[in-house]
Design a protein around this ligand. Structure first.
Ligand code: E4P
Length: 214
């Protein structure tokens, strides 16, 4: 499973990259707005840290303006992936970008019929938001399962990018289902390594290691 980092913080990206577990980065308008630099500057700096796919989202919602934005964004660096909202103009845009061999990430996916549309037009990634579905009292993991079944049934090449991940159990579950990618907040990646028995065991080993005769 590939790990993308869901952030625009260069420090967080550098840290996870230095560990050797960073496969790419996703951003969205809210994440970019939390960074004081310009949109183009942030994406360009992220692309200097990683060669992996870096998702940059269009900020308009009409086909012609999104197409212009997509071209401007894809000129920033070779590894920029155009993030497109799941609306009909967005599906039309992905259809055109697929013909032009520009990679896309279709975002704000909350149903399997939406995911089917994205795959039909050749999206590189589909981003189902599982945490936001859980917030409404439904089970976001069911959506990942359904999309996996549909994509397998028809041999769609679109990769399932599990998004809106909130905790390590989400990672366990989406990897069991077979999602191709998970995009994770920094804090969740850090939590993946934690286990109380590891801490207790390590403390005892460190203590006992002092009694070892060299
Ligand atoms: C993914 O591409 C999105 O940026 C992200 O996962 C949304 O997560 P949130 O629901 O925690 O904002």
């Amino acid at each position: 499973m590939k790990f993308f980092l869901d952030t625009a913080s260069l420090e967080e990206i550098k840290h996870i990259h230095s560990i050797g577990i960073l496969d790419g980065v996703t951003t969205n308008p809210s994440i970019i707005a939390s960074n004081k630099k310009s949109f183009k500057e942030v994406i360009s700096e992220i692309c200097k840290i990683t060669n992996g796919p870096v998702s940059a989202e269009v900020l308009t919602t009409e086909y012609d303006s999104m197409l212009k934005e997509a071209h401007t964004l894809s000129e920033i660096a070779e590894n920029v992936v155009i993030k497109v909202p799941l609306i009909m103009d967005g599906i039309k845009l992905v259809s055109e970008l697929t013909k032009r061999k520009i990679k896309t990430n279709v975002t704000l996916c909350f149903s399997s019929s939406q995911a089917l549309l994205a795959a039909k037009v050749g999206a590189t990634y589909i981003s189902p938001f599982i945490g936001r579905i859980d917030d409404t009292g439904y089970n976001g993991l069911e959506l990942i399962k359904d999309i996996k079944t549909i994509y397998t049934n028809y041999n769609f090449k679109t990769e399932i990018l599990a998004a809106s991940i909130r905790h390590p159990m989400h990672i366990k579950e989406v990897s069991l289902i077979g999602a191709d990618v998970a995009t994770l907040p920094y804090a969740v990646i850090l939590n993946l390594v934690k286990h109380p028995l590891t801490d207790i065991g390590l403390e005892k080993f460190i203590e006992d290691s002092k009694k070892i005769i060299p």
